[in-house]
Design a binder for this molecule. Structure first.
Ligand code: FWO
Ligand code: ZN
Length: 389
């Protein structure tokens, strides 16, 4: 029930200095320069965070928790995620999605997997739909899904500018965005549309047209994979400078496409181009497939997205790109929490959920992970495994 994290340097993600942090149940109870425990007090677990940094648990806004893939036929359908793939990466909140295959991966099983992960100890949400338009929902209607199914916080990942998209029209997309927005308004949720942007020439044109010809605000969209090639990345900078949110995929590396940028390089270049860090997020595309096609669209092979790339790219942003930790942390904590309206997540403040990661001060290695007040990983040792692990 009570855990006291002593002597840690707190990043909330802004630097809060050295403080003691008392966890009460699944909430952050108190933050104070020093919290003393009376001798005859009730049982309190004390965690020594000397020489450690205490940061908010990471939010991964795009994870194929059910598995994805299949672009090289049935044998290439990627495996389902396991709890410790998530917790060892410091991630305490995931948003699950379906991808190319919205037939053998169903909304029903996505919801069940999200609920299963929640029973195993982390916080989960899902997007309704998959690459394809018309969007497959649970209730038969996007707006109803958002209003009636607690875990559904938006629509995604809808594919655009990709030879694997369903070639939706701008009209189709505007109606999906409208349904997601109103469903969000009526349920107190973000109603975000998570857009998969492919390597196609149209890049973010669809979104630009909707934003300029309808009442739907730019903040309704979270386009991802923006770092997959140089042309799209440049379009992403212009889009973000107009106030749009852009999500960079941490599983992307140069094997994906010659001109792909890593998240850490992308973050550095976006900041240098004058994009506000508050408009940028990273997500892993964990357990999704990373297929490679030749210029004729022939399948060449595929890898599997890895969740641990998420913080690895934040660490590189600090160690290789010289971005201050308090800034770099934002892209996987307070930014996704704000954009996705996850009110209890992403920051270290009293009464927020007790999702915390303890990092080794000098190397920024993940040492301890606490989800909703429960120690999942302690001093790099797995304390809680998934049901079948
Ligand atoms: C990206 C998920 C892609 C699945 O373009 O969209 O395929 O359904 O599992 N992954 N198709 C990966 C690139 C950003 C490298 C997905 C995947
Ligand atoms: Zn995608």
């Amino acid at each position: 029930m009570l855990k006291l994290i002593k002597n840690g340097e707190i990043y909330g993600p802004e630097y809060l200095g050295k403080k003691d942090l008392l966890i009460v149940g699944n909430k952050i109870g108190y933050l104070a320069p020093e919290i003393k425990v009376p001798d005859d007090f009730v049982e309190i677990e004390v965690i020594d965070a000397t020489d450690k940094l205490v940061v908010p648990g990471f939010i991964d806004s795009h994870v194929h928790i059910l598995g994805g893939g299949g672009e090289g036929s049935y044998k290439t359908r990627t495996p389902e995620i396991q709890l410790t793939d998530i917790t060892t990466a410091g991630v305490t909140t995931v948003i699950g999605c379906l991808g190319t295959d919205g037939t053998t991966r169903s909304m029903e099983s996505l919801l069940a997997k999200a609920r299963g992960l929640e029973e195993e100890g982390i916080t989960t949400y899902i997007y309704t739909g998959s690459y394809r338009v018309p969007v497959r929902t649970l209730t038969g209607d996007i707006q109803d899904d958002l209003i009636l199914i607690d875990k559904i916080i938006g629509v995604g990942e809808i594919a655009l500018s990709d030879h694997r998209s369903s070639q939706p029209t701008v009209e189709d997309l505007a109606k999906i965005a409208a349904a997601s927005r109103v469903g969000g308004i009526l349920s107190g949720k973000a109603g975000i549309i998570n857009i998969h942007v492919g390597d196609g020439q149209r890049k973010l044109d669809y979104l630009e047209e909707i934003i300029s010809t309808t009442e739907i605000p730019i903040s309704q969209f979270l386009p991802t994979h923006i770092n997959r090639n140089q042309e799209l990345f440049k379009a992403g900078i212009e889009y973000a400078k107009k106030g749009g949110f852009v999500d960079l995929t941490s599983s992307i590396d140069s094997t994906v496409s010659g001109s792909a940028l890593s998240c850490s390089q992308g973050l550095k270049e976006m900041l240098a181009a004058g994009v506000s860090i508050d408009n940028i997020t990273f997500s892993s595309d964990g357990q999704g497939s990373l297929p490679v096609f030749d210029e004729k669209g022939q399948f060449l092979g595929l890898g599997v997205g890895k969740l641990d790339s998420l913080f690895a790219e934040v660490r590189k942003s600090v160690n290789n790109e010289g971005i201050p930790l308090a800034d770099a942390l934002k892209v996987i904590t307070s930014n996704p929490a704000r954009i996705l309206k996850l009110e209890n997540k992403g920051v270290i403040k009293e009464n927020k959920d007790a999702d915390l990661v303890l990092l080794k001060k000098d190397t920024l290695e993940i040492e301890t992970v606490i989800a909703l007040g429960k120690v999942m990983i302690q001093n790099k040792e797995i304390k809680v495994k998934g049901t079948f692990q």
